[in-house]
Design a protein around this ligand. Structure first.
Ligand code: NAD
Length: 366
């Protein structure tokens, strides 16, 4: 497998060859995309997907995977904070690589139920590290990769970018719990010498995204002719990355990353939320005309802002580009077209989540 090579950049050497990979949170949005991506990318990989199947874990994201890749994929329902269960998994399987994604991930929910976030994101990460260390001892031919977020850095003013040396300054219980998990992963490297890597990534979008998050929520509501709730003035700026580009970045770091290093991952796509919603309305109008005067734009409704809402995130992704040769393949324009097409082609996937799980309900209002 070759990563995409950034023009003029040297290709970093392979430092680790994964064989048996434990993916945590593989039934969620990014995790399920990663399962599909890795199984297709490398026929020698065996994946063990450990997921508690919370409200956000969806077996439908992985339908057909076991049959498509016989003998190469297993699913285990387990809670990462359950120490005996996780320890038993490490003794049953010869895991040489952990890619840790399992988390409570929705900022609004973290405002209502912060302890769930501390339990899974902080305690769960510590349990995984502990179990991995017990199994691996001082081995260096193993990897623990932790998937984290740019939200740990807090909020930016109108200019500037988050780099790997930006001090942590999280605003929400979600980002604070992810910051805690990042510190634990680094501590396992410094204290025990465990070969770890961390990635801090910007907002992802693409298939299998739970419709409580901005892009799939807007698509679901627009298609149901429901209001499109924009928090506050909608001028909050985020960097957006197509989920498959993130999967390629994770694979690149696992194989080529330097143990102990952190890599920021971003799409060079800064957009205000209100811009995203407007663009989605335009794309939907082209692909599935609303037939209403004012089109989907008529549904845009400003609602009270999220408490503690960060104003701007922007990523300096030069390290992963310069050191490892990764760069995103999709622009926002190509990625968003693929994304809207996917949701239009998978109405049953969306309807099940909205009907059974109340996915589009607003949370986190004080
Ligand atoms: P998600 O909410 O869609 O999926 C999380 C998965 O973790 C679900 O399948 C859920 O069942 C599982 N899970 C939750 N608690 C668990 C527990 N205690 N034990 C085992 N499994 C559990 O999240 P996502 O958007 O796919 O994010 C995945 C990871 O990437 C998270 O760590 C998140 O912080 C990070 N991240 C996400 C984004 C983004 O834009 N979505 C950006 C940067 C980083």
């Amino acid at each position: 497998m070759q990563p995409d090579i950034a023009p003029g950049k040297p290709l970093a050497p392979i430092r680790h060859t994964p064989r048996v990979v434990m993916i945590t949170g593989g039934a969620g949005f990014i995790g399920s995309n990663l399962v599909h991506y890795l199984l297709a990318a490398d026929p020698s990989l065996h994946l063990i997907n450990v997921d508690a199947l919370t409200y956000a874990g969806n077996p439908a994201n992985l339908r057909g995977v076991e049959q498509a890749y016989p003998g190469r994929y297993s699913f285990i329902q387990a809670d990462i904070a359950d120490e005996p269960a996780i320890t038993a998994l490490f003794s049953r399987h010869e895991v040489d690589t952990v890619i840790h994604l399992a988390a409570e991930s929705h900022v609004d929910r973290s405002i209502d139920d912060p302890l769930d976030f501390v339990r899974t994101n902080v305690l769960g990460t510590a349990v995984l590290l502990l179990a991995a260390r017990r199994a691996w001892q001082d081995r260096k031919d193993v990897r623990f990769h932790h998937v984290s977020t740019d939200e740990v850095y807090g909020s930016l003013g109108p200019s500037g970018l988050f780099s790997e040396t930006t001090p942590y300054d999280p605003s929400s219980p979600y980002s604070a719990s992810k910051a805690g998990s990042d510190h634990l992963v680094r501590a396992w490297h410094r204290t025990y010498g465990m070969p770890v890597t961390i990635s801090n990534c910007s907002n992802n979008y693409g298939p299998y995204h739970f419709p409580e998050k901005l892009i799939p929520l807007m698509i679901a509501n627009a298609l149901a002719a429901k209001p499109l709730p924009v928090y506050g003035d909608g001028r909050q700026i985020r960097d957006w990355l197509y989920v498959e580009d993130h999967c390629r970045a994770i694979e690149c770091i696992v194989r080529r990353g330097v143990p102990g290093h952190t890599y920021n991952v971003g799409g060079h796509n800064e957009r205000a939320n209100i811009e995203i919603v407007g663009l989605l309305c335009d794309v939907l109008e082209l692909m599935r005309p609303s037939g209403a005067p004012g089109g989907y734009h008529r549904l845009i409704t400003h609602v009270p802002d999220r408490p503690g809402h960060d104003r701007r995130y922007a990523i300096d992704a030069n390290r992963i580009c310069d050191e490892l040769g990764w760069m995103p393949r999709e622009t926002f324009e190509t990625g968003i077209l693929k994304t809207v097409r996917w949701y239009l082609d998978h109405p049953d996937w969306m309807e099940e989540l909205v009907a059974k799980r109340g996915a589009t309900r607003r949370q986190g209002v004080l």
